[in-house]
Design a protein around this ligand. Structure first.
Ligand SMILES: Cc1cc2nc3c(=O)[nH]c(=O)nc-3n(C[C@H](O)[C@H](O)[C@H](O)COP(=O)(O)O)c2cc1C
Length: 357
């Protein structure tokens, strides 16, 4: 099956089916394990609240990246341009989907290029690390960055998706070495990102030691690639539909064990989730699926969602008494339920979050 056909299947399934597992630990659906503490006296004027921050040296107006989704088809080109237009107008970051299709067929490069509508955004290129076990070298990494004039390259980790695909690549024996080589040879920052199954503290430490610039934990609880692949092929892998480290758990494990810029993603769905992730130690927050439907329509629809998210984030900051993102990061967080049990069983200190004043 061609890469472009697979990409169209992914978009169609994500638009039409239930592909989320709702177990992030942030949401109210299965369990609500992360709470911020309401301040009856905010001691801040709502209109003075600012959401600006800096990520990998770039100033963002809000701590948000629209995560990697697509490229390689006409529809994907429209989706990328609509996202890019909105990202430019809100001053936030954006990632394109895996550029493998265009590396293999340069006619598809235009479906990833967005600089004509988004000259100033922090733009992230994307390739799967597994391709570097299957013949890619520094040349393909450079090509992906140059193709879209990107500020950084995301290397995605998707072993769950690959193992659930009949045609998947399962030769994952040598990836850390490949990441290390790329870090020494590439002059742009490398972000390693999961794709919805989370990063543990052990893997975070191994990745930090390769020399990467940032990590996107992309935890479990939002889009599930085993669910998506199981809609595509009835291959009996539905046992793995809930596999992975919930986003809240992954985030806390990672920020407790490595000092490196962290993107929190995987099932982040509203401004309260964004505030919770920042409070737990994320530098910025990523969202993919919620932007897909608006991006198939127009840049205006994407902007509508971004407006809603930023209003919700500011409202949450008001209600915990934080004038800016740095103040928000110091506010207390209460961790309960399964998230607490998981972290305690792994020996992670969570008292420091609730003990904040
Ligand atoms: C339609 C779709 C396509 C995706 N394609 C890619 C991709 O090509 N590369 C990648 O790194 N992640 C890809 N992802 C994963 C997202 O970037 C993100 O890590 C994951 O979906 C979790 O976020 P969410 O729960 O907000 O969707 C894709 C996600 C969606 C929904």
């Amino acid at each position: 099956m061609s890469i472009s056909k697979r990409k169209s299947d992914h978009i169609r399934i994500c638009l039409e089916k239930k592909v989320e597992t709702n177990k992030t630990g942030f949401d109210n659906i299965n369990f609500k394990d992360i709470d911020l503490v309401h301040r009856a006296l905010p001691e801040v004027n709502l209109k003075d609240i600012g959401t600006g921050c800096v990520f990998l040296g770039k100033k963002l107006n809000a701590p948000i990246i629209i995560s990697a989704m697509t490229g390689g088809t006409d529809e994907a080109e429209k989706i990328n341009k609509n996202i890019a237009e909105a990202a430019q107008s809100f001053g936030i970051a954006m990632g394109v989907g895996s550029q493998r299709a265009a590396i293999e067929n340069p006619d598809l490069e235009k479906t990833y290029k967005v600089r004509s509508v988004a000259p100033d955004i922090f733009l992230v290129a994307n390739l799967g690390i597994i391709q570097f076990n299957e013949g890619y070298s520094i040349n393909e990494a450079k090509k992906a960055i140059e193709m879209i004039d990107a500020d950084a390259l995301a290397l995605h980790l998707n072993p769950l998706q690959e193992v659930c695909q009949p045609e998947g690549d399962t030769n994952w024996g040598n990836c850390l070495k490949k990441i290390k080589e790329l870090c020494t040879k590439l002059d742009k920052p490398i972000i390693v990102k999961e794709t919805g199954a989370g990063i543990s503290r052990e893997v975070a430490v191994e990745l930090k030691n390769t020399g990467i610039s940032a990590l996107d934990i992309s935890g479990s609880g939002g889009t599930s690639w085993s669910l998506v692949e199981n809609y595509r092929n009835d291959n009996g892998m539905e046992t793995f539909n809930n596999w992975g480290i919930p986003t809240a758990v992954s985030l806390i494990e990672v920020v407790n064990s490595v000092k490196i810029p962290v993107i929190a993603s995987g099932g982040i769905r509203n401004g309260i989730d964004i505030a919770k992730a920042l409070c737990l130690g994320a530098d910025i927050v990523g969202m993919a699926l919620p932007f897909l439907k608006p991006a198939t329509k127009s840049g205006k629809e994407v902007k509508k969602l971004l407006k809603k998210l930023t209003i919700e984030l500011k409202t949450t900051m008001f209600l915990v008494g934080a004038k800016n993102i740095d103040e928000l990061r110091k506010k207390p967080v209460v961790i309960t339920g399964k998230t607490k049990e998981w972290l305690e069983s792994r020996g992670v200190d969570i008292k420091k979050f609730s003990a904040r004043k």
